[in-house]
Design a protein around this ligand. Sequence first.
Ligand SMILES: Nc1ncnc2c1ncn2[C@@H]1O[C@H](COP(=O)(O)OP(=O)(O)OP(=O)(O)O)[C@@H](O)[C@H]1O
Length: 271
Amino acid sequence: MNKSPEGTGQAPGSTDTTPAIRAEGLTVVRGPRTVLRGIDFTVPRGQITGLLGPSGCGKSTLMRSIVGTQAKVTGTLDVLGRPAGHPELRTRIGYVTQAPSVYDDLTVRQNLDYFAAILAPGRHAADQRHADVTRAIEDVDLTGHTDALAGNLSGGQRSRVSLAVALLGTPELLVLDEPTVGLDPVLRRDLWQLFHDIAARRGATLLISSHVMDEAERCHRLLLMREGQVLADDTPDALRTRTGSDTVEAAFLHLVDEAVAAAAREKETAR
Ligand SMILES: Nc1ncnc2c1ncn2[C@@H]1O[C@H](COP(=O)(O)OP(=O)(O)OP(=O)(O)O)[C@@H](O)[C@H]1O
């Protein structure tokens, strides 16, 4: 388990010091609810940022906003130097939703061939597609299962096929919505190792959501959310120190208690 993440915050060879993501006063309304409430944060390049918080706090909504699939987004949201949803960002971002996007009746390679053909169509790109697919399969450690039907894979292997699809175009930003949910501890450890490899080797930025607080310890930085607001935007070490806690979980609970107490005081003053 990678408990002491290393990262420079800067992609190798890159001179771009602007954040990968910058949000100011970001607000999102879904149906009758204001799901994100004027939040501010930045995500540095070349690192793994964990997005943590209880179910329903707005993690997926935030990710959808970043990748440009969410309606009713107001405020500032810049992604890789462009406004979220800009067409130029489509090939620069990889997004893996909670439901693996794989076709069960195709093999691992056929699944990837299909998505590679959408990204780079035409005969002239055939060699490049083949190389990209082979590399993506290697990246997620599924080389031994290349010709297996996706429907015959385990849950964790299917998740890795979905991740391989997101890796096809060597994205600069990977947005992964609970990629380890339901996986056993060994697979979870292996996937986190892979995430660190991707950040270190390619200088890619990863934004990864999770409910599981021990995964927070494996991130370079954390965005802790609660009820549509960002409770903290810091490193795991700084969070533990600031709250006098031994674990990120204890730090999070401390911050929640503080937020609840502050809200109660505000209510009392307003009476
Ligand atoms: N299509 C929708 N229409 C209206 N409200 C929605 C819709 N989808 C989600 N919401 C609401 O938005 C809020 C945030 O949902 P979101 O899926 O972003 O939370 P989450 O933190 O990702 O939760 P989980 O960890 O359970 O996936 C929830 O209160 C949810 O009920």
